[in-house]
Design a protein. Structure first.
Length: 93
């Protein structure tokens, strides 16, 4: 059976602050599990040596494609712009 994206599937573009102060941007469809994976050293090569990481920003999307497109756009931002994005963010309740 072929997998089709359901209406209930949620996708995220997120920013992490690493222990060295750097920022990491990624996307996932399971945010808590992904942040945990980063902190366990299995999330990404970049974050493996920069643990612990803290989730400082995320956006929610209906499709994987939207989340990946936004990840690319955020990665094009300067560090200053990313910090402004984080500063202006209101975490959903």
């Amino acid at each position: 059976m072929e997998h089709t994206e359901s209406e209930t599937e949620v996708n995220y573009t997120y920013l992490l602050r690493c222990a060295d102060g750097s920022l990491y941007c990624g996307w996932t469809n399971h945010l808590e599990r992904r942040v945990q994976a980063h902190n366990e050293g299995s999330g990404a090569k970049y974050t493996k040596s920069r643990r612990p990481v803290v989730l400082v920003y995320y956006e929610v999307f209906a499709t994987k494609q939207e989340a990946m497109r936004r990840e690319w756009a955020v990665k094009q931002l300067s560090r200053k712009q990313k910090l402004e994005l984080i500063a202006g963010w209101q975490r959903p309740q």
